[in-house]
Design a protein around this ligand. Structure first.
Ligand code: ADP
Ligand code: ZN
Ligand code: ZN
Length: 733
């Protein structure tokens, strides 16, 4: 076999290296586009990703001469089959162009971790036994706060499966230090939970109409707006059934599997062995297996989270996004893609349909449905014909509503909790903040405990007696005295889930509670077991952050309390009202889903804010109207497009200077075709030794904007001390 000239991408995701490199392959293994290869680059062995292969009759020396520089050889070929089919390779180009992201970064995002064109391509060894961690030495001396956190956590649980702890490196260190020990137990073979088959339900008239409209129309994208409890899942299942009959495959996206195992359960019940599950909690090996099962065509239905949009299915018939408004569909690292946009690109390749479902659609989607860009479908009634929960808004500024027994729970909320408990019904309490108190300061000198990395106040966590930064995860042990004046008296202000739990125990000592937030979710399977325990009524009250608002179906819950609705409302982000509205509406929607009437209490300091009044009335349409007016008058999406450019550097001066030149440049190029805001310092402007400035750009002409962005990024990306990131339609800035 002759020499082959190979063009490949390498794992270096700055835009300046976003171009193919040429190598030659002299050996005779099979090599084709989509394969990974091992090459040397700048004296390092790295993995490359083949874009193009061309055979030649020339010798190595002739080629050198032709090219005028030394061409390196490919050391080895890693794969023996292409990882991505032609459609997925084409999709990578589409995404790379749409988000102006390096193609290699797109490929990284598309592949499961064990297949990424990265250094670590060696497959993980097979594990024959499960390894459990136990605490061997409880002495915390000399340990870092992160290590202590894990040690205390494992001590509290007695025995924890090693692979379930997310902080692998901390565990390793603790093992090395002899603080932890491993005990081996024979491994439970991993398999999908087996559920009994369940017959399709007979659709009610509303559901039937929706299914018929979806199947009979030939438009591409559909928005299904269905109130909470209107039976959207059953609609999805019926639609999938139709496509399976036509021998097409189905992609079912959900925000987060561990939060809503019910969706995968429903799909497994209905479609059994044809279902593959893809989510972030699977180990790399498990993901790899599922991925291959899909690629081999054995699984026709994929239920998965955001990245499952890249599942190697063939002949896709329909792509469904449940809870389409959820922000976890947006990737918050390069290439910053949104699964909804990718779904539409991907569906086009197959002539497939896209179904977006939600009780509270994102404003963009609803606006598109309104304009007829998406086909608009609705389910306005709950399945059980129950009215939506009866909701009361309690003004926490009005002292009539509060008494000295508690300043966190109003009289009204306490009464309702009492009533619910006495009827043996269940309660959900939402507080969208974890921890015990949101800031802690010295009573004597006023010193506030702040994060040394990003400067925001540290949150006190009582269970492990630690101070944690909710932004960068920095943590330290709570000290007994003030580092400034030595006083031992502290003031704790603000409250989170942990404090609510505490308060409930004080006021209702007999009530059993469960807590669900990202602290308790340190263990992979903890979320599922908590949700399951609550569903089986092993506790009366579930306390949690936004995690508890999503898609759960707890038939015995008749009261939902929003402990403080205002959290997040004052964030300087044009989406904050939409976020709060969606969160409250979804949370209230957990009440009264069974045969008993539901109630909800919203506690707030801004009882007349439209996001709160409309959520209390569960009236999405009114909220939509009002919010659209505001977006229009302030010129925000969906009335324009928006992008952000983040500029960061370890050198503050260079950061600020580059940001200013960049903004000037943008202003000049956009002229009156766009609005440039900033540069400004973001909420966290200094993180891990890097300064950041943000420029926001609002525009109408997408093509023009893309050309300008390309130029601006290219002109800054060669500077070595500067990192420039472009986000199309940013969620946080
Ligand atoms: P949504 O996702 O719209 O909030 P779900 O899909 O969770 O609502 O449905 C709510 C409940 O109604 C579920 O328990 C579901 O099994 C049940 N359900 C849905 N459709 C039907 C039907 N046609 N007949 C009987 N029960 C149904
Ligand atoms: Zn002090
Ligand atoms: Zn921090």
């Amino acid at each position: 076999m002759g020499i082959r000239i190979v063009e490949l991408l390498i794992e270096y995701s700055t835009l300046s290296l976003n171009r193919p490199f040429t190598y030659i392959y002299l050996k005779d293994k099979l090599i084709d586009r989509g394969f990974r290869v091992l090459v040397e680059f700048n004296n390092r062995k790295i993995v490359g990703y083949v874009l193009k292969v061309e055979a030649t009759n020339k010798t190595k020396e002739q080629l050198q001469e032709d090219y005028g520089f030394k061409i390196n050889e490919i050391i080895d070929v890693i794969d023996n089959a292409s990882l991505l089919d032609d459609n997925l390779l084409e999709l990578a180009d589409i995404i790379s162009n749409y988000y102006l992201a390096p193609k290699i970064a797109v490929l990284q995002a598309m592949l499961p971790p064990s297949l990424r064109p990265a250094k670590s391509f060696f497959k993980a060894p097979k594990i024959a036994y499960d390894q459990y961690l136990i605490v061997k030495d409880i002495n915390e001396e000399g340990l870092s706060p992160k290590q202590i956190e894990i040690l205390r956590f494992i001590a509290g649980e007695e025995k924890v499966l090693k692979k379930e702890i997310k902080s692998i490196s901390v565990v390793k260190k603790l093992l090395d230090l002899g603080k932890l020990d491993i005990v081996y137990k024979e491994k439970n073979r991993l398999e999908l939970p087996s559920f009994e088959y369940s017959e399709p339900k007979i659709l009610n008239n509303e559901q039937k109409k929706v299914v018929q409209q979806f199947l009979s129309s030939d438009e591409q994208v559909y928005l299904l707006q269905g109130v909470t409890g209107s039976g959207k899942t059953e609609v999805y299942l019926h639609i999938c059934d139709e496509y399976l009959k036509q021998n097409k495959t189905i992609l079912m996206l959900v925000p987060e599997i561990s939060l809503t195992p019910i969706m995968s359960e429903n799909f497994i019940r209905r479609f059994k062995g044809q279902v593959a599950i893809l989510h972030s909690e699977l180990t790399p090996a498990e993901k790899y297996d599922e991925y291959r099962r899909i690629a081999r065509g054995e699984a026709k239905v994929v239920v998965g989270v955001r990245s499952a949009i890249f599942a190697p299915l063939k002949d896709i018939g329909v792509i469904i996004l449940d809870e389409e408004h959820t922000e976890s569909y947006k990737q918050d690292t390069t290439p910053f893609y949104h699964a909804r946009e990718v779904a539409i690109f991907r569906a086009k390749q197959y002539g497939a349909k896209v179904l977006l479902g939600s009780a509270t659609p994102s404003l963009e989607s609803r606006a598109r449905a309104q304009k007829g860009i998406y086909h608009f479908l609705r389910l306005d009634k709950r399945i059980n014909e129950q009215i939506l929960p009866l909701t009361t808004v309690v003004n926490m500024l009005d002292y009539h509503n509060i008494d000295r027994d508690s300043y966190i729970f109003s009289k009204k909320l306490r009464e309702e909790i009492q009533l619910c408990l006495s009827k043996k019904e269940q309660i959900i309490l939402l507080i969208n903040r974890r921890g015990f108190s949101t800031s802690i300061s010295c009573r004597k000198c006023g010193h506030v405990f702040k994060c040394p990395n990003c400067g925001i106040a540290l949150t006190y966590h009582q269970k492990d007696n630690m101070l944690k930064c909710h932004h960068c995860n920095y943590m330290e042990l709570m000290s007994d005295e003030c580092p400034e004046c030595g006083s031992t008296q502290f003031l704790k202000t603000g409250f989170g889930t942990e404090r609510i739990d505490d308060e409930i125990h004080r006021l209702f000592p007999d009530a059993k509670t469960l807590r669900l937030d990202s602290d308790t979710a340190k263990i992979r399977t903890k979320i599922q077991s908590t949700v399951e325990a609550f569903r089986q009524h092993k506790a009366d009250i579930l306390i949690g952050t936004q995690m508890i608002a999503k898609g759960h179906d707890f038939p015995n819950v008749t009261l939902v309390g929003i402990v403080l609705a205002d959290i997040g409302l004052t964030m300087p982000n044009y989406r904050s009202a939409e976020r709060v509205f969606q969160l409250i509406t979804q949370a209230i929607g957990r009440s009264g889903r069974g045969d008993k009437k539901g109630r909800a209490i919203i506690q707030t300091y801004t009882p007349s804010h439209y996001a709160i009044t409309m959520a209390a009335r569960q009236n999405y349409d009114l909220f939509y109207k009002q919010e659209m007016q505001i977006r229009k008058s302030q010129y925000y999406p969906p009335y324009c497009f928006m992008a952000s450019i983040n500029i960061s550097s370890a050198n503050e001066e260079i950061c600020i200077e580059t940001a200013y030149t960049c903004a000037m440049d943008l202003k000049q190029q956009f002229s009156n075709e766009g609005e440039i805001i900033g540069p400004s310092a973001p909420y966290i402007s200094f993180l891990n030794g890097k300064y950041t400035r943000v420029i926001l750009i609002k525009y109408k002409n997408n093509e023009l904007a893309m050309n300008i962005f390309k130029k601006v990024i290219e002109s800054t990306s060669h500077k070595s001390q500067i990192k420039v990131e472009l986000k199309i339609d940013p969620y946080d800035f």
